[in-house]
Design a protein around this ligand. Sequence first.
Ligand code: ADP
Ligand code: ZN
Length: 293
Amino acid sequence: MRKIGALEAGGTKMVLGIFSDTGEELDRLTLPTQTPEETMPPMRTFFEGHHIDALGVGSFGPLELSKDAPNYGSITSTPKLAWRDYPLLTNLLGGRRIPCAIDTDVNAAVLAEAEMGAAKGLTDVVYITVGTGVGGGVLSGGKLVHGLLHPEVGHMLLRPHQDDPNPRGVCPYHDGCLEGLAAGPAIGARVGGDARDLPDDHVTFHIEAEYLAQMCVNLITILSPQRIILGGGVMQREALFPLVRARTQALLGGYVQSPAVLKHIDQMIVPPALYPISGLIGSYLLGKRALLP
Ligand code: ADP
Ligand code: ZN
């Protein structure tokens, strides 16, 4: 049996898995994300101990994903300073020559959900995580989208909600971007507390739903996805789903003439089926593709 190592590298934790080539999970390790000096050695020990035959990585970014770049597989301009310009893939491999692949954590997640989760069998899917930040992975025509670098869905610009006391948001780079307005910390800053502690009917969730609906409209009008999957900590607030769906329809104004939008939006904007391990399973699938192209 061949073994595939999978890593979902997040800003708060690292989740490592060992899978058989038929998809059975054989082992798992979760570590807090500290500095590379602290976090890399136990990760390498784990993968080396299992004698993996291939490695797949889904990581927070931004990442260098051009295969011909000298720093392919590096984390680049992240605000997490200890990981800035860090050669993640190279240092995980430590000189071993095994098939490997790396992509964003959200591209890994959309791949997993499209292969075996909430978008099974679909070719045009977006996976959004709304957590400590906002990120989006895009599957278009059955292919993961990279383009120039890779999509940075979390930093699309939105128009302010009239009742938002903080319409600039909290992103250090942008005035009024999605992440700065709608990630968990943005909700926290708006209400002066933790988003988790608020009741479902708090006015801030209407503001939140407005921003997520603007995002859905932008995704629908640009990418024409068959399904939009909304995951991450903030989306554990299930009451957001009906609000986001209704505002998306209202903002589209009947213009996109598809029953998926007009009638069945509850099947178009959905929670993930594999949460919270969509990214880990997607990382395994990336490793498996590298092993068995
Ligand atoms: P990360 O993005 O670091 O992987 P999560 O996806 O778990 O983490 O998201 C954490 C964020 O989600 C925090 O800002 C937290 O306040 C927010 N959050 C978690 N649960 C809820 C909830 N039920 N309602 C609103 N916000 C929540
Ligand atoms: Zn931003």
